[in-house]
Design a protein around this ligand. Structure first.
Ligand SMILES: Cc1cc2nc3c(=O)[nH]c(=O)nc-3n(C[C@H](O)[C@H](O)[C@H](O)COP(=O)(O)OP(=O)(O)OC[C@H]3O[C@@H](n4cnc5c(N)ncnc54)[C@H](O)[C@@H]3O)c2cc1C
Ligand SMILES: *[C@@H]1O[C@H](CO)[C@@H](O)[C@H](O)[C@H]1NC(C)=O
Ligand SMILES: *[C@@H]1O[C@H](CO)[C@@H](O)[C@H](O)[C@H]1NC(C)=O
Ligand SMILES: *[C@@H]1O[C@H](CO)[C@@H](O)[C@H](O)[C@H]1NC(C)=O
Ligand SMILES: *[C@@H]1O[C@H](CO)[C@@H](O)[C@H](O)[C@H]1NC(C)=O
Ligand SMILES: *[C@@H]1O[C@H](CO)[C@@H](O)[C@H](O)[C@H]1NC(C)=O
Length: 537
């Protein structure tokens, strides 16, 4: 799919702004959508569905989206798929969660270049038809990356991976997942800071943060971006970096889909040595020892940043298990930092040497598609005693959902370590609102899948009440952290507020500057907006 060697020759895409047409990226009050479409070569008076389009039609979702989708078809032909076609079901059948697969957009649009994306945004503005955009499609809840009744933009065909001349930066289309990125870069001995499972998309992952196997060495994905190519609300294509539109660069590093559609992620490359790792599984008598090892490894992240870990607690057919995913970014089977974990008797250990490509393929197998899903995180100060209490509380509460068909609740701990936190101030800082001065943060999340739609409320209410119990205790102990990790957040959470009041205000100010008509918040209502959670109880 990726003709990386043939593209390498004439690579110049990484330098400077590539404006589709001359204008300022700060949209003026008399911005004219019709004129902007003309600048793209689209004359609405020649498009049958638009030449008599009226304000009354724009007020009806059905009519607005019929006009938008037939315009896209008229202009782009086979890049558009209507309902009841193979192209449409290919899209709706290939999300990670069933909640997203159930969404029925009016049409699917598969852009192949950045100006196609500009046209879709402007046609949405012209008609009033809403849109959503999808990269890997791993966000779990309804409407996050597919638009009910609207235009779903699928980046699948914008999947180039190229390197700049000195191979320090990989330019990655949003149609890639991490398997395709790592596979394209591996022949060069390179990788980027990216996801830990094969099918996670580049698009959502980087804009929400991005925790990688290499994050103790280099930081999160959002802190390893040389620049973004962005389609603004007015359809302009701009290159956003530390030195060009630096406020927008800050906002895109944690701000999600509220500022534009990213058509190219230019990420710093890293060497890709062979790794060593896999999961090691313990029985309940060893849980407190495993938690002690987890805390020590987290606290030793600066001593040996090659180590990466998370630990999951679950019940497997009546048996409580802890599964620690222990990864080393060099091919070392028994590094000092993992000795304590390895001294705990394990009922299974699948650790082995793996390339990064092999690692993400291995991890993919434990995250099946086509189930109802929820991810729901909280954050606290890294604390051993509290972690033990949380695990006990989890096992005392999961009987509440034991009769829910197919329900498999898991609680997972990972650390946002001091070296990760320090990297968050690189390149002018990011929007996440985390700082290194209070020590490591413990990111805890519930992941659960289940079978029946009729059980959605039971599951959501269970997770909500579990976290209410846990956070009340965290607050009373003074270890609560308001950070909500967007990439894991549930529809009932508000990550932007979790970044702190000052960062939220700054994000709103930047959105207003580049997108005064709030196109990316109102015409693209899915996922986490700057004002509040997607849903409430
Ligand atoms: C099995 C599994 C493993 C995971 N592993 C990790 C991990 O190791 N580390 C980690 O940090 N997270 C991990 N996550 C969380 C993951 O980062 C998020 O689910 C992330 O949102 C996935 O991105 P996506 O592109 O696949 O999702 P999508 O659903 O396609 O997109 C998510 C949101 O981002 C928006 N978006 C996508 N592309 C663009 C774009 N080009 N421009 C603007 N907006 C865009 C979408 O519109 C949508 O609102 C994991 C999740 C799962 C389910
Ligand atoms: C917007 O641009 C179109 C096409 O150039 C033009 O016909 C129209 O008069 C403009 N509208 C306004 C309000 O300026
Ligand atoms: C649907 O997906 C299949 C498998 O990926 C592919 O072979 C087929 O060409 C796709 N069809 C359309 C219309 O996109
Ligand atoms: C680092 O790990 C070792 C065990 O490998 C442990 O003895 C030590 O206490 C840890 N250091 C910190 C700061 O947790
Ligand atoms: C679950 O455990 C029961 C007995 O405890 C056993 O009969 C059954 O085969 C197990 N099921 C699976 C899927 O392992
Ligand atoms: C959904 O729930 C009903 C009622 O509990 C049950 O009979 C049915 O088997 C469930 N469906 C699936 C697919 O599990």
């Amino acid at each position: 799919m990726h003709h990386i060697s043939t593209i390498l020759g004439g690579l110049s895409v990484l330098s400077g702004a590539t404006l589709a047409y001359a204008s300022t990226p700060v949209e003026s009050s008399n911005f004219n959508v019709t004129a902007a479409l003309e600048d793209l070569g689209i004359d609405v008076s020649t498009i049958p569905a638009l030449n008599s389009f009226t304000g009354a039609q724009a007020r009806s979702t059905d009519k607005a989206c019929a006009a938008a989708c037939s315009s896209l078809s008229f202009i782009f032909g086979s890049k558009v798929a209507a309902q009841n076609t193979a192209g449409y079901s290919n899209f709706t059948d290939s999300f990670w969660s069933v909640q997203q697969e159930e969404v029925q957009p009016h049409c699917i649009f598969r852009p192949t270049k950045n100006t196609d994306v500009s046209a879709a945004v402007l046609l949405s503005r012209f008609t009033g038809c809403q849109f959503a955009a999808r990269s890997g499609g791993h966000a779990a809840f309804t409407g996050a990356s597919s638009s009910p009744g609207g235009i779903s933009i699928w980046f699948k065909d914008m999947n180039a991976v190229t390197l700049n001349d000195d191979k320090s930066v990989a330019s990655i289309g949003p149609g890639n997942n991490w398997l395709s990125v790592y596979s394209a870069l591996e022949p060069y001995g390179l990788a980027t800071i990216g996801g830990r499972a094969a099918s996670i998309g580049v698009g959502g992952f980087v804009l929400g943060g991005g925790i990688s196997y290499h994050s103790n060495l280099y930081g999160w994905a959002c802190d390893n971006v040389e620049s973004f190519e962005v389609v603004t609300a007015s359809g302009l294509i701009i290159t956003v970096s530390e030195t060009s539109y630096s406020d927008l660069y800050w906002a895109l590093r944690g701000g999600g889909n509220n500022f534009g559609l990213v058509t190219k992620y230019n990420l710093y490359t890293i060497p890709a040595p062979t790794m060593y790792g896999g999961s090691r599984t313990f029985l309940e008598p060893y849980f407190s020892q495993a938690i002690n090892a987890f805390i020590n490894v987290a606290n030793n992240a600066s001593v040996d940043p090659h180590a990466q870990q998370y630990i999951a607690f679950l019940n497997n057919n009546g048996t409580n298990l802890a599964s620690a995913e222990l990864t080393y970014t060099q091919d070392v089977a028994d590094p000092q930092i993992f000795k304590q974990y390895r001294s705990i008797p394990a009922i299974a250990d699948v650790s082995s040497s793996k390339t990064l490509v092999e690692y993400v393929e291995y991890l993919e197998t434990s995250n099946p598609f086509h189930l109802r899903e929820v991810y729901w995180p909280v954050a606290v100060k890294l604390d051993e005693k509290f972690s033990n209490w949380v695990v006990k509380t989890f096992y005392s509460m999961i009987p509440q959902v034991e009769n829910v068909a197919g329900a498999e609740p898991v609680i997972i701990f990972q650390a946002i370590t001091e070296p990760m936190l320090k990297k968050m101030s690189d390149f002018g800082g990011n929007a996440l609102g985390l700082d290194a001065s209070n020590g490591a943060v413990e990111l805890m999340h519930i992941a659960c899948w289940w079978t029946n739609e009729s059980d959605d409320e039971t599951i959501y209410a269970f997770v909500n009440s579990f976290w209410e119990t846990v956070l009340a205790e965290a607050k009373s102990q003074g270890i609560f952290n308001e950070f909500v990790y967007m990439n894991y957040a549930s529809l009932y959470q508000d990550p932007i507020s979790g970044y702190g009041a000052a960062n939220k205000a700054q994000l709103k100010k930047i959105a207003k500057k580049y997108d005064p008509q709030t196109v990316y918040q109102t015409l693209q209502p899915g996922y986490f907006k700057l004002e509040g959670a997607p849903a409430s109880f």
